[in-house]
Design a protein around this ligand. Structure first.
Ligand SMILES: C[S@@+](CC[C@H](N)C(=O)[O-])C[C@H]1O[C@@H](n2cnc3c(N)ncnc32)[C@H](O)[C@@H]1O
Length: 293
């Protein structure tokens, strides 16, 4: 539980680091405009700005460091478990959405490389996509240092309008990313995942996310209390009430497990299972595509 709560503080610290962002022009402008449009409401716009690629551009240089320190390295174990749930095959083509600094893409890439054997490929079999050029720049350095340039490609893009062909991936992952997609657009992102994944048995979508645990049991109540406490600590650390409020709101507003499973189903997937870690604060949703939506 402590680890999960520390992860929340990580996000608060990142929110502080996100202040005074100023991006250049170019291709990211279009992505940003779409993200900032959100659901069109003022709240939607603020959600998009707070969780958007623009925000993560500002935090990129210290993102990994803060993540590691504040989660005491447990974020790695959660991502490793996420990758296990993909049940990778040597011939798979994998998309990691909201890849950020590419931790999941690298884990997948390492597994794919070790299983390559005689598999012939035209290019990288792992694609990481994210609207933050700065997060991707950090990720590219890590990919190079891991000697995975031939296996992992990091590309600028938006979960809401993926630039890939229909049915072009075997597995799709997204870690701590879906909550950053504005609530009103989340179903669009899930539908995009359905569009680009192959509609065959054995294909997988795996989503790792933090949310407030439901339930009236003691553990659930303690977990919720600790999330609030840590959010307060984060607000104190960051000195930014507005951002702290946003973070707390976004954790609280993230759909309950059943509702999120319903959304995944509505987007065209069958939910195979949900794994809970960190006393209900961290979940992995595993799903496979239906033939049609
Ligand atoms: C908390 S980070 C997670 C990064 C990485 N997956 C990890 O596990 O560390 C959230 C990421 O979501 C990205 N993001 C925000 N809006 C997005 C969108 N509409 N489509 C794809 N990625 C998005 C951000 O740029 C950021 O890199």
């Amino acid at each position: 539980m402590v680890v999960s709560l520390l992860a929340c503080v990580v996000h608060l610290v990142l929110v502080r680091m996100s202040d005074a962002v100023d991006l250049g022009k170019g291709e990211r402008a279009g992505l940003r405009r779409r993200l900032n449009d959100g659901d069109g409401s003022k709240k939607g716009q603020s959600e998009a700005a707070m969780g958007s690629g623009r925000m993560f551009d500002a935090v990129a240089p210290r993102y990994d460091f803060v993540n590691r320190v504040m989660s005491m390295g447990m974020d790695r174990a959660w991502r490793r478990r996420l990758v296990q749930t993909l049940q990778l095959e040597p011939s798979d083509r994998v998309l990691d959405v909201a890849t950020g600094t590419a931790d999941v893409a690298i884990l997948v890439g390492q597994q794919m490389k070790s299983r390559e054997n005689d598999t012939k490929r035209d290019g990288p079999c792992v694609i990481g996509v994210d609207p933050s050029a700065n997060m991707l720049a950090v990720g590219r350095d890590k990919v190079s240092r891991a000697f995975l340039n031939d296996t992992v490609s990091l590309e600028l893009g938006d979960a809401l309008a993926l630039q890939y062909e229909d049915s072009s991936f075997d597995k799709i992952s997204i870690s701590f990313g879906i909550r950053n997609v504005p609530a009103a657009s989340r179903i669009t992102a899930l539908e995009e995942f359905h569009r680009v994944i192959k509609k065959e048995q054995g294909k997988r979508l795996a989503i790792l996310e933090i949310s407030e645990p439901a339930g009236t049991g003691l553990l659930a109540r303690l977990a919720r209390w600790f999330i609030r406490l840590n959010a307060l600590v984060g607000a104190w650390l960051s000195g930014r009430r507005r951002e702290y409020r946003h973070l707390l709101d976004s954790i609280q507003a993230f759909p309950k497990q059943d509702d999120f499973c319903y959304m995944i189903d509505k987007a065209g997937f069958t939910v195979l299972g949900v794994e809970t870690m960190g006393f209900g604060t961290v979940k992995i949703f595993v799903a496979e595509p239906k033939a049609t939506r």
